[in-house]
Design a protein around this ligand. Structure first.
Ligand code: ADP
Ligand code: MG
Length: 209
């Protein structure tokens, strides 16, 4: 598995007039968003992307729940809302469906930011918790046709993750501390769901571009 072209032939094919939903899961920094973006770009007219990240609770809601310092953990997402939107997307309604995005600059979700036109026949969704065996997440999983687990050497993944935090404004020490306190436990939880995937892809030797 080295380039996007190696997985082109693995993509689920929709039946006529239907839409398939492909889930990508993996630990933080595994490359889910990168690979999902590449799949979407393979055929922009037919592929649409709705990341789980849009279902982060906003800081306003997290504060009320006392969860602000756990942002990114599974309980800081609206799992049931995500499952409900996947249900609607899967039914491929005649109207355009709008989905929320997560704005990394604001670190907040943004409603109605992503358009999924009726013409999209492959819906790619990606996130950390797609395979959790818990309320909301189980329903979301049942709305996908296939879910792939993206695996990367843990040291490579962790260093990419720290670099990404720094690129989005954290000081290096702050980035390391965040990964240790928040991302590492999340990665362990996500890693434990690997056996539930329909397919496991090792992206350690993957070259984007
Ligand atoms: N194959 C790769 N080679 C080098 N850097 C990569 C590769 N895939 C992803 N990255 C980088 O690693 C970081 C994590 O990737 P990302 O797609 O954001 O992971 P995820 O969405 O799983 O958290 C990003 O900064 C991304 O640009
Ligand atoms: Mg991502």
């Amino acid at each position: 598995m080295r380039t996007i072209h190696d997985l082109h032939h693995l993509l689920p094919r929709p039946a006529p007039n239907e839409r398939v939903v492909l889930g990508l899961v993996g630990a933080p920094g595994a490359g889910k968003s990168t690979v999902a973006g590449m799949i979407a770009a393979l055929d922009p007219a037919a592929h649409a992307l709705v990341p789980l990240d849009g279902f982060h609770l906003a800081d306003r809601a997290l504060s009320g729940l006392g969860l602000l310092d756990r942002k990114g953990a599974h309980e800081t997402f609206d799992a049931h809302g995500y499952a409900a939107l996947l249900t609607r997307l899967r039914s491929r309604p005649a109207e355009t469906v709008y989905a929320p995005s997560f704005e990394r600059d604001l670190e907040q979700p943004l409603a109605n930011a992503l358009a999924v036109p009726s013409s999209s026949t492959l819906l790619v969704t990606e996130g950390n918790y797609l395979l959790l065996d818990a309320p909301g997440w189980r329903e979301a999983r049942s709305r996908t046709d296939e879910t792939w687990f993206l695996d990367v050497d843990p040291a490579v993944r962790r260093s990419r993750l720290i670099d990404r935090h720094i690129r989005f404004g954290k000081e290096p020490r702050e980035a390391e501390a965040w990964v240790r306190r928040v991302d590492d436990p999340n990665a362990a939880l996500v890693g434990a769901t690997r056996h539930r995937a329909d397919r496991v892809l090792d992206l350690t030797a993957w070259a984007p571009a």
